[in-house]
Design a protein around this ligand. Structure first.
Ligand SMILES: [Zn+2]
Length: 498
């Protein structure tokens, strides 16, 4: 788990992996890419289909304008250039989930070209990953292989097909092969997902398949030409992507060091065994007999349109990170965490606005609050402690009513009961003693009751102060304001021989 290059264990020189990612994003438009069927998930099979998405003869597709706008949003957010003229192509292949025997996709005139994503790595370094292209296409249907143990086609008794997903709008994002480690790949995908999520164009749910990732992988000695690549298909979680890449890189290095050749093929990573196996030999572009889709008109997005879409983009994570670091004087790492998770960033800004103390707010939001969300397994929006409630609690810390330790206790009760900090403090009689007169009397009494230690302090034994603090805390059941206790003790004990 490091960012250093993957190295061969038995070879005489270092190996470097070359990784490019292809990410499919399912758009959350109301209707499909080329027909009026609703885009759904988890509905009874084949209930959202029509002659167009079932590929009946004689029907004509019509491009979904919203899907084009969403694709343009993604392309612009990745700093791509939007093509003046873009067209659809037919990608011909037979598969049972593809009733037309071709997929409508884009080929040599994609919507977006030549962008990049700046990825923040674990060590805080920023790595620029090029985006080759962003194009539009339609999804295939879904095959369900039944009767086998694994849900995979081998070993299945029969297969069923559900066309509800057929024709769902997809955007494919293709990265340059700029990535060299599984860690970088995971960071890229995490941050790309966060970006797309903030554009509100997809649910980006990897388990439900609305974000899918394929990886092209090869290895070489640094400085040498690219090696033969394989394609690792359908990584449906960040963890599988990471493990799959590790396994495939290891496999390739071992093969090459054994004097074998890498075959260009599609491979499958089995998370259960941790092994990579061959699926099929990889097709070349010419195998698909791409040709321009004659049933759809070219799309020409003029400058005014592009500028309007660009103008409608929300604040993107990279810009937000800069602003948070700047506006609230946050460390870059904290700003990055808050910018990456939009609801958490919004929550933080609300707390910071209410408390007027950004640093303390960030510490709590990224510390106890985030830990609570993780443990409870919930998102920010489902938290029983809203931003205003947390801010109120932090106000009680700021005015000395609660100590840091008491605040943690109160927060825990807030998460389990949904009560406000004020209510909890009142009910439990928890308030910290910050009344100078009350504390002064307690401190005076304890100092005069312990003449021995008081004498020692005056002779310079500073450590004795801890004994007195302990006595005061015992007397006040831990509720005395520690700073005030310290000041009062020094006053009553008098200066020692410095
Ligand atoms: Zn349809």
């Amino acid at each position: 788990m490091s960012n250093s290059p993957v190295t061969g264990t038995t070879g005489s020189s270092e190996w470097e992996a070359v990784i490019g990612l292809e990410i499919h994003v399912q758009l959350n438009t109301r209707t499909k890419m080329f027909c009026g069927c609703r885009v759904t998930f988890g509905e009874p099979p084949n209930t959202h289909v029509c002659p167009v998405c079932l590929g009946h003869p004689g029907v004509l597709p019509v491009t979904n304008e919203k899907a084009v706008e969403y694709a343009a949003r993604i392309a612009l957010a990745l700093d791509c250039r939007i093509a003046d003229r873009t067209i659809f192509h037919r990608k011909n292949y037979f598969y049972p989930d593809l009733p037309k025997a071709y997929q409508i996709s884009q080929y040599d005139l994609p919507l977006g070209i030549g962008g990049h994503l700046d990825v923040e790595l674990e060590d805080g370094a920023v790595m620029r990953v090029g985006i080759t292209r962003v194009h539009m296409e339609e999804d295939a249907g879904k095959l369900i292989h039944a009767g086998g143990a694994s849900g995979r086609i081998d070993g299945a008794d029969y297969s069923l097909v559900d066309f509800n997903r057929g024709g769902t709008p997809l955007v494919e994002i293709v990265s340059e092969p700029d990535i060299t480690t599984p860690d970088q790949a995971r960071a890229f995908l995490t941050q790309l997902r966060s970006l797309v999520e903030q554009l509100a164009v997809s649910d980006v749910n990897m388990e439900e398949g609305s974000l899918r990732c394929d990886a092209n992988v090869s290895v070489r000695h640094p400085g040498e030409p690219f090696g033969t690549k394989t394609e690792l298909k359908n990584m449906n979680s960040f963890r599988f992507l990471h493990r799959g890449l590790e396994a495939e890189i290891e496999r390739q290095i071992a093969s090459l060091e054994a004097g074998e050749r890498i075959v260009q093929e599609t491979v499958h990573f089995d998370p259960a065994t941790g092994m990579v196996s061959s699926l099929r030999s990889k097709e070349e572009a010419h195998d698909y007999r791409y040709f321009p889709e004659p049933d759809l008109t070219p799309i020409e997005l003029d400058e005014a349109y592009v500028e309007r879409v660009r103008g409608d983009l929300p604040e993107l994570p990279a810009a937000r990170k800069e602003r948070l670091a700047d506006q609230y004087s946050l460390p870059p790492k904290d700003a990055a965490l808050l910018a990456e998770n939009k609801p958490l960033g919004d929550y933080f800004e609300a707390v910071a606005a209410a408390t007027g103390d950004a640093r303390v707010s960030a510490n709590w939001v990224l510390g106890d609050f985030s830990a609570f969300l993780n443990t409870a397994g919930i998102e920010v929006g489902a938290s029983p402690v809203g931003a205003a409630a947390l801010a109120e609690m932090l106000g009680l810390v700021a005015d000395g009513t609660l100590s840091g330790k008491m605040a943690k206790e109160v927060f825990e009760v807030m998460t389990t009961t949904g009560k406000s900090a004020m209510e909890i403090v009142a009910e439990k009689g928890m308030g910290q003693i910050s009344d100078a007169g009350e504390l002064d009397a307690i401190v005076a009494r304890i100092v005069s009751a312990n003449p021995g230690p008081a004498e020692e302090f005056r002779y310079g034994r500073d450590r004795v102060l801890g004994f007195f603090v302990g006595q005061v805390m015992k007397e006040t059941r831990g509720q005395a304001n520690p700073q005030m206790v310290n000041d009062l003790l020094r006053k009553h004990l008098g200066a020692h021989g410095e």
